[in-house]
Write a protein that binds this ligand. Sequence first.
Ligand SMILES: Cc1cc2nc3c(=O)[nH]c(=O)nc-3n(C[C@H](O)[C@H](O)[C@H](O)COP(=O)(O)O)c2cc1C
Length: 238
Amino acid sequence: MKITVINGTEKHGVTYRLKESFLDQLRNDSEITEFYLPKDCPNFCVGCMTCFGDDEHKCKDAEYVQKIEMAMLEADLLVFTSPAYVFHTTGAMKAMLDHFGYRWMPHRPAKEMFGKRAVIITQCLGAGGRSTAKDIKDSLSWWGVSSIRVISFKLMSEVRWDKISEKKRDKMTAKLVDVARRVKNTDFSKPAVTGIVTRFKFYAVRMMQTGLGKDNPEYTDYKYWKERGWLEDKRPWK
Ligand SMILES: Cc1cc2nc3c(=O)[nH]c(=O)nc-3n(C[C@H](O)[C@H](O)[C@H](O)COP(=O)(O)O)c2cc1C
């Protein structure tokens, strides 16, 4: 199995330790590619709109963005990790997700994403772990991913791994081991089922693209949808 991990922090802290506990269960039979942010996608989107209106390969940050994109498209499982920073995902993760705005369904979603599976691991001291996961889940689901499992922890007492009680660490690890076991039992030769919400979004966008194409048949996103036959009877899921 191929796993691509996007880490919302470079710090080898609690988020890192939790992610390692999860991956440890899968290492034997997996090929793992990891990205650490901001190092592996260091620049902000500047809003030039080139990716939306013209070509994502012309983005000033394409060398970083396309490397991450390739690894995500090739992966059987996507793993995203982030601590809560003021109730949301880290700025580094948000900056990376902004670069993938062109992959949102109203624009040019990648076919591969519709059969993809993802796990999001977040943690916080007291509150904000869920909204952190939602920041990431919003992008994943608009990219077309339906199978998204969220694991979110509240530390409650300490934010340094070595100061967290053994009991608490064991409890968090047990939860991650359990999810990893379910991942191991998944048949990755079959794509994940594309859920009803994703299908609904697809059909709504399909209608929108049909209208946009009538106004301007040269519109980049319309041409993308048309070329794939999505405006006729083809679908990005099986
Ligand atoms: C800038 C910043 C903002 C944070 N905001 C929150 C927050 O809103 N809610 C919360 O419960 N913890 C918050 N924390 C704690 C982190 O979510 C996390 O538990 C802590 O940084 C340990 O994780 P790490 O070792 O992976 O960095 C914040 C930490 C930082 C550095």
